[in-house]
Design a protein around this ligand. Structure first.
Ligand code: C2E
Ligand code: MG
Ligand code: MG
Ligand code: MG
Length: 284
């Protein structure tokens, strides 16, 4: 594909463009090496029940510690090169192990969310792979939650609806990430059998200053609840945002207010000390 033609036309590029092509090429090479050297790890950010302030689970977020490059700078290249497939499989395998760990530690109700790129389910037997993971582990399928961004879902709505039905028939949970930034109509959402929507953090950021963001957030919550879909607010950083979201009956939150994404070794200490955080943020 683009890679072969790229080789022939390479000498035609100049300046900025040549630099961009080279950077991309290097990134792809580095990603390949990172996979074989197992250089990736997962960080975990807690999800909190808005009413009672309890931990409901975590979201797994990919990290590349040896290079310190954020996912937003390499997921795109991984998607275009297809490397997201082996990377994504590693993420889900690792998430499965962590879900079994939660049970072993005595937190068998916790869910774990994993971000999914559409490329993963459009190019390989993703369902077969997922069945394998579920059969090798002990956690109930619904505790694994797959997050797909709204804009990726809307690229091919028929295929997406079909894919979500397959996931749901296996029992895993499905949520729409970065909701509000894509272009889905309410009518389309009805066709997807969703468990939850995650309101994009761009709407949460200015919640306390921007009346139109407040309006949008209210409307998303009302619409989701009307369809019996749960709502998670991402990027919650302040007590004012928390108060507004509680008042609007948002179901869950994620954000630096409660915790940044944590490395694996900090997970259990965080969980064990969480009642202090809870006491400071949630009055009961
Ligand atoms: P996302 O799934 O929407 O994840 C939320 C992002 O917001 C994370 O960035 C998280 O660290 C950040 N965040 C959480 N709370 C706050 C907050 O209170 N304030 C602010 N400013 N940011 C907050 P991160 O980890 O850099 O990930 C960025 C994106 O990369 C993710 O967005 C997701 O789309 C993608 N990504 C991460 N891991 C994976 C993966 O394993 N597979 C795929 N396909 N994509 C991934
Ligand atoms: Mg996500
Ligand atoms: Mg998001
Ligand atoms: Mg995002």
């Amino acid at each position: 594909e683009a890679k072969n033609s790229g080789r022939d036309t390479y000498h035609l590029f100049s300046g900025e463009l040549e630099k961009r092509v080279r950077v991309r090429h290097d990134m792809e090479k580095n990603l390949r090496e990172a996979i074989s050297r197992e250089e990736f790890c997962l960080y975990y950010q807690p999800k909190i029940n808005m009413r009672r302030g309890e931990i409901t689970g975590f979201e797994a977020l990919l990290r590349w510690p040896s290079r310190n490059i954020p996912p937003s700078d390499f997921i795109g290249v991984a998607e275009e090169s297809g490397l997201i497939v082996p990377i994504g499989e590693w993420v889900i395998e690792t998430a499965g192990i962590m879900l079994d760990n939660f049970s072993k530690w005595g937190y068998g109700s916790y869910s774990l969310s994993v971000n999914l790129s559409v490329r993963q389910f459009w190019t390989v037997d993703f369902i077969g792979f997922l069945k394998g993971v579920l059969s090798r582990s002990h956690f109930p399928a619904h505790r694994l939650e797959l997050e797909i961004t709204e804009s990726q879902l809307m690229r091919d709505t028929i295929r997406s609806a079909h894919f979500i039905r397959e996931l749901k028939s296996m029992g895993v949970s499905v949520s729409v990430d970065d909701f509000g930034t894509g272009y889905s109509s309410l009518a389309y959402l009805k066709n997807f059998d969703l468990d939850s929507l995650k309101i994009d953090q761009s709407f949460i950021r200015d919640l306390t200053h921007d009346p139109s963001d407040r309006l949008i957030v209210r409307a998303i919550i009302a619409m989701a609840h009307g369809m019996r879909v749960g709502v998670i607010a991402e990027g919650v950083e302040t007590l004012e945002q928390l108060a507004f979201l509680q008042h609007e009956h948002c179901d869950e939150l994620q954000g630096f207010l409660v915790s940044r994404p944590l490395p694996e070794e900090d997970l259990l200490p965080f969980i064990k000390n969480y009642r202090l955080v809870k006491g400071a943020l949630f009055s009961d």
